[in-house]
Design a protein around this ligand. Structure first.
Ligand SMILES: Nc1ncnc2c1ncn2[C@@H]1O[C@H](COP(=O)(O)OP(=O)(O)OP(=O)(O)O)[C@@H](O)[C@H]1O
Ligand SMILES: [Mg+2]
Length: 594
């Protein structure tokens, strides 16, 4: 499909061929082959009942109505009833089994996508909108389910029906059957054309749906910003614009769908008319019986109905294939940061973390964010990083847990390049407290005890106590079982930070990374949080960023970053005596505070 629009984030990837899509789709359903086989048999049975009914028209007409055969008068209704009962049972078996397989496949796919998301590097996730990623798991995966169950089963069933009915046509009259089938290639061609158009439209629709989810996600989670800036009407207008595109897409789809049915109808009208003309003459001339004629016409009419449905189904299938392609593209994307094949588990830090000539940029076309950074943090040391906003502090510390990888140079832990270590052993050594506290919509208890492991109530209380959080937790009517709301919305900023500190205390990792953990607080809550942080830092190797220089004066070493380079390094008093960048930052802040 060279005419399919490309998704924005994978411009370099060629679209998948239909063969490739079906092959991969086949791999998804292969584990369910023992469900699909009986479903397939049931479909064949179902389809054959259609042929049987058309076939019976001849004996009914010729024996019951024309020859007035009394035995046949009773036998035929019984046979017809039997056929319909079999048809019903077969329908149930195939419909349920196909739905079963479809739902199983979609859930498996959703789980795989989710696993994949959690393994993605921060760089990729940050480059995508959350809504767009969510829409892959919800909307696209469900479209694919349609392919797995209803569409495939219907296509097979209708396809088999056509085969049986065409069989009846040929059995009744070969010559006439050949005349009747001239319509088929035309119908096939139409099915193909409409299908191609549909695929293009549904690919576009999925992109539009991503836009809708992304917009909703952004503005609903940021509703307070929207309201406080009185942007409701702007956001409403944006939503109206996005949904207008979706609407126009839906209408185009409706047009294709509504045209495809009458188009096939007209073809079948021409064919049936022609057959009535020729076969009618044959009946009048006495070369064929009335029963054969009606049996033939019935089979013909019955064959065109499934052909018509096949057009519609092909359109749906194109929807699913477009969704499948987007999902497969995402699954094919390898996380940029992952264990190498020979990754080693790291032992707990005992020597030093070293940055060796590290250079870093977020992508090839962006400027360097960090340049020639060499820095040693010895085990047990407390090293502070300061610098103006945008100087690269957060970028620097995000390299340690490998949220991003260095572009040049390396970072080692006890002389092992962290890229050669397992992610698990690296990250389990590191506790992070960031300014933007991430809490989940769960209880205080589960937010603190987030991470693998079991903790007693006593452990939780000790950690909360050390984080200066126990008092306010106990003040909640439900204590540790209080639900904090989405992202901790029911807590104050300082309370949220203290919970995240308690979480890090509980994690008890040897390396601690703090990013501006106190910068958004007033002096009173800052003192409380700082006190909690001091508890947390005890006995750990710490890399800390603080905007308030007062909080890091006791650090063993202070590193001053300017435009991605280390310009000064030393203790507080040493740096002041240099009278350089640090002294300047210090003076500025001192002036602010007085
Ligand atoms: N995900 C990203 N993609 C591209 N550029 C980024 C990204 N994150 C940060 N940058 C850029 O990298 C530079 C350093 O950002 P960084 O967040 O490291 O600064 P910082 O020193 O932590 O600043 P602040 O004190 O304001 O937190 C900035 O110029 C910023 O624009
Ligand atoms: Mg920062």
């Amino acid at each position: 499909m060279s005419d399919t629009p490309q998704t924005s984030e994978t411009p370099e990837r060629p679209s998948m061929s239909n063969g490739e899509l079906f092959r991969r789709f086949g791999k998804l359903v292969w584990p369910f082959r023992w469900y699909l086989l009986p479903a397939l048999l049931a479909m064949i049975v179902m389809a054959s009942t259609g042929g049987a009914i058309a076939f019976l028209v001849q004996p009914i007409l010729d024996k019951v109505f024309i020859e007035k055969d009394a035995f046949m008068l009773y036998a035929m209704p019984a046979i017809i009833l039997g056929i319909f009962v079999i048809r019903g049972i077969a329908f149930f078996i195939q419909a349920y089994l196909m739905e079963y397989v479809g739902q199983k496949v979609v859930r498996g796919l959703q789980i795989r996508l989710y696993h994949h998301f959690l393994a993605f590097d921060a760089g990729f996730i940050l480059s995508q909108s959350t809504g767009a990623l969510i829409s892959r798991i919800t909307y696209d995966a469900n479209l694919l389910k349609e392919a797995a169950s209803s569409v495939v089963s219907n296509i097979l069933r209708e396809g088999f029906s056509v085969i049986f009915l065409v069989g009846v046509l040929f059995y009744r009259d070969v010559e006439m059957a050949l005349i009747a089938l001239v319509g088929l290639p035309v119908a096939g061609w139409l099915i193909y054309i409409f299908g191609r158009k549909m695929r293009r439209l549904s690919r576009l629709r999925q992109e539009l749906m991503e836009g809708v989810t992304a917009h909703l996600e952004e503005t609903i989670s940021g509703v307070r910003i929207v309201q406080s800036f009185r942007m409701e009407s702007r956001e409403r207008a944006r939503f109206r614009r996005i949904t207008k595109d979706v609407l126009s897409n839906h209408l185009k789809v409706a047009k294709v769908r509504s045209i495809s049915k009458p188009a096939i109808d007209i073809i079948s009208g021409v064919v049936v008319g022609g057959v009535v003309l020729f076969a009618g003459q044959a009946v009048i001339n006495g070369t064929t019986t009335t029963g054969t004629f009606f049996s033939f016409i019935t089979a013909l009419l019955m064959a065109y109905a499934p052909i018509k449905r096949l057009t519609g189904l092909n359109n749906l299938l194109q929807n699913s294939l477009a969704a499948a392609q987007r999902i497969f593209e995402l699954l094919d994307r390898k996380p940029a940061i992952a264990n190498t094949s020979r990754a080693l588990p790291l032992l707990p830090l005992h020597n030093a973390i070293r940055f060796e000539n590290v250079r870093f940029r977020y992508s090839d076309d962006l400027p360097w964010v960090l340049d020639d950074i060499s820095l040693t943090v010895r085990a047990g040391e407390r090293v502070a990083v300061v610098g103006k906003s945008g100087s690269g502090k957060s970028s620097l510390i995000n390299l340690v847990p490998r949220f991003f990888d260095v572009t040049e140079g390396k970072i080692t832990l006890d002389n092992i390049d962290i890229r050669k270590a397992t992610l698990h052993s690296l990250r389990s050594q590191i506790a992070m407290v960031t300014q933007e506290v991430i809490l989940f919509n769960d209880t205080v208890r589960h937010n603190i005890a987030y991470g693998p492991g079991y903790w007693s109530q006593k452990d939780l209380e000790n950690a909360s106590e050390a984080a200066n959080a126990l008092e306010f937790i106990n003040d909640f009517p439900e204590g540790f079982d209080t639900v904090v709301g989405d992202r901790g919305i029911r807590l104050s900023g300082g309370q949220r930070q203290r919970l995240s500190i308690a979480r890090s205390i509980l994690k008890d990792a040897p390396i601690l990374i703090l990013d501006e953990a106190t910068s958004s607080l007033d002096t009173e809550s800052e003192r409380v949080v700082q006190d909690a942080l001091d508890h947390l830092m005890e006995g750990r190797t710490t890399l800390v960023i603080a905007h308030r220089l007062s909080t890091i004066q006791s650090a063993d070493r202070i590193v001053v970053l300017k435009e991605g380079r280390i310009v000064e390094e030393g203790t507080h008093s040493h740096l002041l005596s240099l009278n350089g960048e640090y002294a300047r930052l210090h003076r500025m802040q001192f002036r602010e505070e007085t």
